[in-house]
Design a protein around this ligand. Structure first.
Ligand code: APR
Length: 242
């Protein structure tokens, strides 16, 4: 047998939508009733850390109650036939709980906190939340381990390198409006096929499209790939090409 083929799955908020977690750009421009600039920027943290902590504590509690859906499980199931790396913009842990073993979080993880003094000091929160006065080992306030708007994306170079080794790229549930995550969609070599799973996908780049909810389309797609491999995608039910 030759080298195992590598599928890179680029996921966004849409993959968790059917688990009851709100996406960012489908609604009224607000994120859980907040303007993102009031809760997800370094300026917001400077201005009102209590609000920011409370906001992320609520999101964390909501995520703990959520369960992985059919899309997360199907993506994990892909590992039965392929090497799979999930590169997600999501801060939830539903890919991990759905069974995926290689998950890279571009925008951080809500289940972790980090020092405001030393980026390398990251701790698992377990069942805890973060409150004003919760300090790191060096005595500074803990903050959510999240990449806010305007901050660097330290995992990006690694994600880019991984994506360049893909034999197939699946983009699922992301509007690709946020950089640099959006660049990953075209980081694989030119000959590598890309399948976009999103009910509202626009067709502005050459790709295959499955315009359906992730929880519906992903199980069908994964079954097809496990059975037929990645060489001939033309038989995937519902597939459109532009
Ligand atoms: N299945 C598949 N896709 C879906 C579903 C679903 N059930 N429901 C919605 N979608 C699609 C939408 O059509 C949209 O294209 O998911 C996409 C979600 O896009 P965004 O809300 O922009 O989320 P995302 O791309 O993950 O946002 C990126 O923006 O605010 C930041 O840091 C935050 O990681 C986030 C980043």
């Amino acid at each position: 047998m030759g080298k195992q083929q590598h599928i890179v799955v680029l996921s966004g908020a849409g993959v968790s939508a059917e688990s009851g977690i709100q996406t960012f750009r489908d609604g009224d421009g607000l994120w859980e009733n907040h303007n993102v600039h009031d809760v997800a920027t370094p300026e917001a943290w400077q201005r009102d850390p209590e609000l920011v902590l409370r906001f992320y504590n609520e999101r964390r509690q909501q995520i703990r109650k959520a369960a992985p859906n059919a899309a997360h499980k199907a993506i994990a199931h892909l590992e039965d036939g392929f090497k799979v790396t999930v590169i997600t913009q999501n801060i939830d842990d539903l890919h991990e709980r759905g069974g995926s073993s290689e998950v890279l979080h571009l925008h951080g993880e809500i289940g972790k906190a980090r020092s405001t003094l030393d980026d390398r000091l990251v701790i698992n929160l377990g069942q805890s939340d973060i409150y004003p006065g919760d300090l790191c080992d060096k005595g500074s306030q803990l903050r959510p381990h999240i990449v806010w708007f305007g901050e660097d994306v330290p995992m990006y170079p690694i994600a880019h390198e991984i994506t360049q080794t893909a034999d197939l790229v699946i983009v699922v549930g992301t509007s690709l409006q946020v950089q640099p995550a959006s660049f990953l969609a075209s980081a694989a070599p030119y000959h590598v096929a890309r399948i976009v799973v999103d009910p509202k996908a626009s067709a502005d780049t050459p790709a295959f499209y499955l315009r359906d909810a992730a929880g519906v389309a992903m199980p069908v797609l994964v079954d097809y790939l496990l059975e037929n491999g990645i060489e001939d995608l033309s038989g995937i039910p519902g597939l459109q090409h532009n």
